[in-house]
Design a protein around this ligand. Structure first.
Ligand SMILES: [Zn+2]
Length: 209
């Protein structure tokens, strides 16, 4: 598995480039910004981007998706419960003083029964509402790797005070979806350092009940 983790944009969203070493097929997760840097890494590994996956419709995660689609032809995938939030990108841009990226078109809804693939690499879509209504995480069972979006961070969890946020829902998602994963699962949060499910199960103050 080729896996590049690249913090992009002013909020340093962790963008992941995941590629199959044999077929060179790839997916890019959360291309919030810095599309030229992302494309340079794609070229460096001689990859072909087949899917653009968005964990949730916040501007720092989705802002560069249209540019990446224009450059690669790959479809953009997002859970439909975040489509309303996606219509608010102008408002979101004003919150953080960024120029608006314009309208983002979604090519395909990602539901809880879906999988996303890059060559032989497969991830299950986990619907984890709470940070936003349509937040998802991606779990690669063979590699025991979780792309967590803004649902789980090292030592913390996603904020729930923005439109569509719910503290009850994120706690439910964490306990019923993420904490059912094996302790050795490597977690790549939407911001900040990587961690493991075991580490967070033991030390994350939000996961103690
Ligand atoms: Zn977010």
């Amino acid at each position: 598995m080729i896996h590049e983790i690249l913090p992009v944009g002013p909020l340093q969203c962790n963008c992941s480039i995941i590629g199959d070493e044999t077929t060179r097929e790839a997916m890019v997760i959360d291309p919030g910004d810095e599309i030229q840097t992302i494309l340079a890494l794609v070229r460096k590994h001689n990859l072909q981007v087949k899917q653009i996956v968005i964990t949730h419709a916040h501007i720092d995660h989705v802002g560069g998706a249209m540019k990446l689609r224009a450059a690669t032809g790959a479809p953009i995938l997002l859970n439909q419960n975040d489509y309303d939030l996606l219509k608010m990108l102008d408002v979101q841009a004003a919150w953080i003083g960024m120029p608006s990226p314009g309208k983002v078109d979604i090519d395909q809804n990602l539901g809880p029964a879906d999988t996303v693939k890059a060559g032989s690499l497969t991830a299950n879509v986990l619907l984890t509402p709470g940070h936003t209504q349509g937040s998802i995480c991606l779990y690669f069972p063979t590699e025991k790797k979780l792309i967590a979006g803004d649902t789980l961070f090292a030592g913390s969890i996603g904020r729930t005070d923005l439109p569509g946020g719910s503290f009850e829902k994120i706690i439910h998602s964490l306990h019923h979806k993420l904490l059912t994963l094996p302790d050795e699962t490597l977690v790549i949060p939407g911001h900040g350092p990587t961690t493991t499910i075991g580490q967070e199960r033991e030390h994350n103050p939000f996961l103690k009940t």
